[in-house]
Write a protein that binds this ligand. Structure first.
Ligand code: KIV
Ligand code: NA
Length: 271
């Protein structure tokens, strides 16, 4: 059996080779990504990129568990981390522990991720002390979209830089094994990476981080529009569109299915 990467392995990579991460939501994709990635995140971005929700606020614990189980069936070697959705950990430490423990038990994942707003580091410490590996998430926090009004990059003002830096330090000190840094200025990402003793995993946070993560359907070109920080490594939208257009033409012209795609297509010999 393949030895699976765990939280201490990711932590030990701080300042060494870059940590390769991607999101994953289903078994067959996880199987493909597993050969290349150190860590697969079952992100609550699943709500937006798979279920068509406007933001991540509507994502439920049940959705995260179902997708976490699927990813665990596909990934053998990469560490699998499941995002805790909005409303599942902010209510208090005991609530957070109960929900995180449920995710760990029902999915078999190696860790969870929490967006580390001001009240969350205390919860992270409580969880880590009780055996749950936690990844933090600072900077642009998508679950705060309704109080912030939109998804905005951080680090324009000194006040904002100090706030994000303090959240990153508190998250690292609470015992997180790694910290996602999303949507921040390069100088701030560098400062965080140089200050905290845990690996930083950047998304829209420059090359200064200890690792990188992208949302898989974004980097595979499934959508018309992608944010500035995404590089498209494939044109899945174009590939799917061309494939389906050809299929539709073939069905309408009765070119599909052909004889090779048909069961028992030879005429039976008459008796
Ligand atoms: O939900 C998600 O996909 C994430 C990553 C982008 C870090 O939180
Ligand atoms: Na997320």
């Amino acid at each position: 059996p393949v030895k699976r990467i765990a939280a201490p392995d990711i932590l030990a990579r701080k300042g060494k080779e870059p940590i390769v991460c991607l999101t994953a939501y289903d078994a067959p994709t996880a199987e493909i990504l597993d050969a290349h990635c150190d860590l697969l995140l079952v992100g609550d971005s699943v709500g937006m990129v798979v279920h068509g929700l406007p933001n991540t606020v509507g994502v439920t614990l049940e959705m995260m568990i179902l997708h976490g189980q699927a990813v665990m069936r596909g990934a053998r070697r990469a560490m699998v981390v499941v995002d805790m959705p909005f409303g599942s950990y902010e209510g208090g430490k005991e609530q957070a522990y109960a929900n995180c423990a449920r995710v760990m038990k029902e999915t078999g994942a190696q860790g969870v991720k929490l967006e580390s707003g001001p009240t969350v580091p205390e919860t992270i410490a409580y969880l880590v002390q009780r055996g749950i590996p936690v990844m933090g998430h600072v900077g642009l926090r998508p679950q705060a979209v309704l109080t912030e009004g939109s998804f905005k990059a951080k680090g324009r003002t000194d006040d904002e830089r100090l706030r994000v830096m303090a959240e990153a330090e508190a998250t690292a000190d609470a015992g997180a094994f790694a910290v996602v840094v999303e949507g921040v200025a390069e100088s701030l990402a560098r400062e965080i990476t140089e200050t905290i003793d845990k690996p930083t995993i950047g998304i829209g946070a420059s090359a200064a981080c200890d690792g990188q993560i992208l949302v898989v359907p974004d980097m595979l070109g499934l959508f018309d529009w992608t944010p500035k920080f995404v590089r498209r490594y494939a044109d899945l939208r174009g590939d799917i569109d061309r494939a389906v257009a050809t299929y539709a033409q073939d069905v309408r012209a009765r070119r599909f299915p052909a004889e090779v795609e048909t069961y028992f297509s030879k005429k039976p010999v008459s008796s």
